[in-house]
Design a protein around this ligand. Structure first.
Ligand SMILES: [Ca+2]
Length: 254
């Protein structure tokens, strides 16, 4: 559901309650620092491993996994994900980076140092976001279900249903494990949901409204997507699809 027409169709199917999700903000993001970001990158995955920034991108023929210099936005290394694959979320486990695809039910494993593909895996359903909690890969697929996967066997361990005020929440997109919570961009909104990884309850909504770069205002495909947490420093970074900037943010209570 990532083309504009299907997105509009999906919006038309949303109950009114889902449309009001964006209204109830608990917190908002303020910019700490602004960095360049490749404005051609259709960001689907973003994470920092031991201080190094990685990004995976989507669109058929433009999908890739990159190692990026945070300060300059320069792509230091890149491996393309060939047609007809549409790249999605990514996460690192040990020395390997796992990358999802949207609808191919196929994922790819790369050596983090060389970005050479070393293996692959299959999974049922769509792939949207991916993160790692130190034990499980955590996968979103656009539904309210978030799945926890054993990265060694690639078998499902368990799943949770994400709910907001008791109602299932759809369109959970890029993910990040931050201090015992799952943070998720909510596709087609300017919001991040903070999710309790045991109960699935949304414990907070962070508004990103003030971050949308003027260059992409009004572009419905250029949504906020991509959250990276530097676990060593506590710094949080966000960007979006086709955004020319990546931001370090601080979270402020409303
Ligand atoms: Ca992430």
């Amino acid at each position: 559901m990532k083309s504009l027409s299907s997105a509009l169709a999906a919006l038309a199917l949303l109950p009114l309650s889902a449309c009001s999700q964006e209204a109830a903000f608990d917190q908002h993001a303020e910019i700490v620092a602004t960095y360049p970001h490749d404005a051609r990158a259709f960001t689907q995955g973003l994470f920092i491993h031991e201080g190094v920034l990685y990004e995976s991108t989507g669109q058929v023929g433009e999908s890739s996994l990159r190692r990026v210099d945070l300060e300059t936005g320069r792509v230091e290394a890149q491996v393309d994900i060939p047609r007809p694959i549409f790249g999605e979320g990514s996460a690192q486990v040990g020395d390997e980076i796992f990358v999802l695809s949207w609808q191919a039910e196929r994922g790819f494993i790369y050596n983090a140092a060389t970005l050479e593909q070393v293996d692959g895996f299959n999974y049922p359903g769509e792939g949207w976001g991916l993160t790692y909690d130190g034990r499980h890969l955590i996968l979103s697929d656009g539904t309210p279900e978030i799945r926890f996967i054993n990265p060694e066997s690639m078998e499902w361990d368990h799943s949770i249903e994400v709910t907001y005020n008791g109602r299932p929440m759809n369109n959970l997109n890029e993910l990040e494990w931050i201090n015992g919570e799952i943070w998720a961009n909510i596709w087609m909104t300017r919001s991040i949901a903070r999710i309790n990884p045991r109960s699935g309850e949304v414990v907070g909504i962070i508004a990103l409204d003030t971050l949308i770069p003027s260059e992409v205002l009004g572009r419905r495909d250029a949504v906020a997507n991509g959250i990276a947490y530097n676990a060593q420093t506590g710094q949080i970074y966000v960007t979006g699809k086709l955004w020319p900037a990546l931001y370090e943010i601080r979270i402020v209570d409303d």
